[in-house]
Design a protein around this ligand. Structure first.
Ligand SMILES: [Zn+2]
Length: 634
């Protein structure tokens, strides 16, 4: 069955991630995000694509959320509580813990500060979270008898996961956002070689190959330091969890090292709660934090204090980490607005900004920001963009493809032109198809059919021993290349070519077919096989154009039965001519039989010819006659 993929959000775009996948008859929604750049209906995915009548529970078999960022989960309470989806939702334990806090934050900003109505309530967020099943890494979850999911570590933010989904022999991997290099607080993404039919990957940094982390870190600290030395204020817009913790660890140790006492603030009370989360989910952080945790909690900051609005009136210098990350609302926008006119100050954007947000406008070099008709301000502040956001870069994406070996790749969560660049790179390097569907555009991907065959133990042993014969060398070697070669002989082989006879056993009573691979010759040598009196049949189908044989067909009004009869008549005449009378020809309504050779005309425009192995020569002769009749007359 083909696999269908349609993005409802994040198709050739960043933000509002929501990808619908149909696999083996199951419909799965990956992520249910909101778009930071809009505050109208475009803020949520267009769910009418799934159902116009709104019965989502019957259609969607499972919703899977990759991580807590709002562009991946921000529309979830809307989908479950306001549109009524009541089926299962899956996310990891940390995501389940942190997600409702960010949703509540987002709700407060939208409803209480912007005064919007018709939005989900706190109670709705709570009810929505009750429907969530929390999953652990590498735990195989059976959604139903056929649908299976498994989460893999994605780096990116605490609790972020990639999901492997399998129905029968078909499978899909959805990455969400991921990072292939470890950072100061998280490890790198990793997945088994699951060889999915389709890999759906984010491509935010599709064309970027980043400098080393160390260079970026040094750059960041130098910029902050320089600004405060000149008496300026630094604002760093961040999300409450994730990059914030990483940059705090960085700046904390720098302040310590340099003996600086310029105040550093964090704009939200979430720091303490964030610390709680990291403690709770310490297994999800990187090795260094895990191993040093008992002596020193890296998230207990000495220099960083909680921000208070009154500090805005204070004279600088100071450094403030403020949420939200893209300057789209809230404290970060408030501080930025106040500091933006002064060229002494500096804003450092540590990540990607979705189009439409103030952050994106500032990065694009806009000198005046118009929030609405009455609110505009000048931007003279120094603007720096440092890519600290934990997305895989082009190198990382290629590395993930190499790791999981997909048959097809679908790019989402990226900009169109960057995607096309990466897409041709992927096709060239891996020789797999790569798609980049737009929102609402569905793509169908054919899957390969997997047939299982039994193989005799004798035959398997023979080939296994052949393939491991050269393994007898010891693992030692003089050079690294030799050692690598020696080691590689012990790795399991992805495939072993076997020379044998492929048998298809048709059980007409059970209406089933089984496939078996046996030794050549075993068919007749093996006494047990002889006992079973195995008969071997061959079958070919010869498609043809009726008008080649019945030249008058266009002018006559004949039924299919008439045509069948006339074709058999012509066949009979021609066969009698070519093989003579030594073999009697048996005629039935839809077939002709000569010994074991059977020619039938049951299907329109196809001759089906079967014979048993004993009549191989006769069949060859008959096939020659049939070919001449079907294909040589003009
Ligand atoms: Zn993210």
């Amino acid at each position: 069955m083909p696999i269908e993929v349609v993005p409802l959000g994040a198709g050739q775009d960043v933000g509002r991630s929501c990808v619908l996948v149909t696999i083996g008859g199951k419909n799965i929604m990956f992520d249910c995000g909101m778009h930071m750049g809009y505050s109208d209906s475009r803020r949520f995915p267009d769910f009418t694509y799934i159902s116009k009548t709104g019965n989502f529970t019957d259609i969607i078999d499972a919703v899977i959320i990759s991580h807590f960022h709002l562009d991946h989960c921000g529309a979830l309470p809307f989908f479950t509580e306001m549109l009524g989806y009541d089926g299962p939702i899956y996310m990891t334990h940390p995501t389940k813990a942190i997600c409702p806090i960010l949703l509540e934050d987002y709700r407060k900003i939208t409803v209480e500060r912007k005064g919007e109505t018709n939005f989900f309530t706190s109670a709705m967020i709570k009810n929505c979270m009750k429907k969530v099943h929390a999953v652990s890494l590498h735990q195989t979850i059976k959604v139903d008898d056929e649908l299976e999911i498994k989460a893999y570590y994605a780096g990116h933010v605490l609790g972020a996961a990639m999901f492997y989904v399998r129905v029968g022999h078909e499978s899909v991997v959805y990455t969400g956002d991921y990072n292939m290099t470890p950072d100061r607080h998280l490890g790198s993404a990793w997945i088994d070689k699951v060889r999915p039919d389709v890999l759906i990957t984010e491509s935010t940094y599709a064309t970027t190959i980043r400098d080393s982390r160390r260079t970026r870190e040094r750059d960041f600290l130098a910029k902050v330091h320089e600004c405060v030395l000149n008496g300026g204020n630094v604002i760093i817009p961040v999300f409450a969890l994730g990059r914030a913790q990483e940059l705090c660890i960085l700046i904390e140790s720098y302040w310590e090292r340099m003996g600086l006492n310029v105040p550093i603030y964090f704009s939200t009370g979430l720091t303490e709660r964030a610390t709680e989360f990291y403690k709770l989910f310490i297994a999800w952080t990187n090795q260094k934090i895990k191993s040093t945790f008992s002596q020193r909690n890296m998230f207990d900051f000495k220099h960083i204090q909680v921000w208070h609005r009154n500090y805005l009136e204070q004279t600088g210098p100071m450094v403030v980490f403020a949420t939200p990350g893209m300057l789209n609302a809230g404290t970060s926008l408030e501080i930025f607005r106040k500091w933006a006119p002064n060229p002494k100050n500096m804003v450092i954007m540590p990540g990607y900004c979705v189009a439409g947000t103030v952050g994106a406008k500032v990065l694009a070099g806009q000198k005046v920001i118009e929030l609405d008709k009455y609110n505009r301000f000048e931007v003279n502040i120094q603007v720096k963009n440092l890519s600290f956001s934990a997305h895989a870069d082009a190198k990382g994406i290629m590395q993930l493809i190499r790791q999981c070996e997909p048959r097809n790749v679908v790019l989402v969560h990226g900009e169109r032109n960057k995607m096309s660049f990466l897409s041709s790179k992927i096709m060239n390097e891996f020789g797999v198809a790569c798609y980049m569907p737009a929102n609402g555009c569905s793509i169908r991907i054919e899957t390969t059919k997997v047939l299982q065959a039994k193989i005799s133990t004798g035959l398997l042993k023979k080939y296994l021993s052949v393939s491991s014969n050269n393994n007898s060398t010891s693992i030692a070697g003089d050079t690294p290349t030799e050692r690598e070669a020696a080691v590689s002989t012990f790795r399991p082989k992805p495939s072993i070519p076997i020379h044998g006879v492929l048998l298809m056993n048709m059980d007409t009573k059970q209406n089933s077919t089984s496939i078996e691979i046996i030794q050549p010759g075993q068919l007749y040598e093996d006494p047990s096989q002889k006992k079973a009196k195995r008969k071997m049949f061959f079958q070919v189908e010869k498609p043809f154009n009726v008008s080649t044989i019945l030249s008058d067909i266009a002018h006559t009004e004949s039924s299919f039965q008439d045509d069948q009869k006339r074709i058999l008549d012509i066949l009979q005449v021609n066969l009698t001519k070519s093989i003579g009378t030594s073999w009697p020809i048996e005629r039935n309504t839809t077939s002709i039989g000569i010994q074991s050779v059977l020619i039938d005309v049951e299907k329109p425009n196809v001759l089906c010819i079967k014979w048993s192995i004993e009549d191989e020569d006769l069949a060859g002769f008959i096939l020659g006659t049939v070919n001449t009749l079907l294909y040589s007359s003009s």
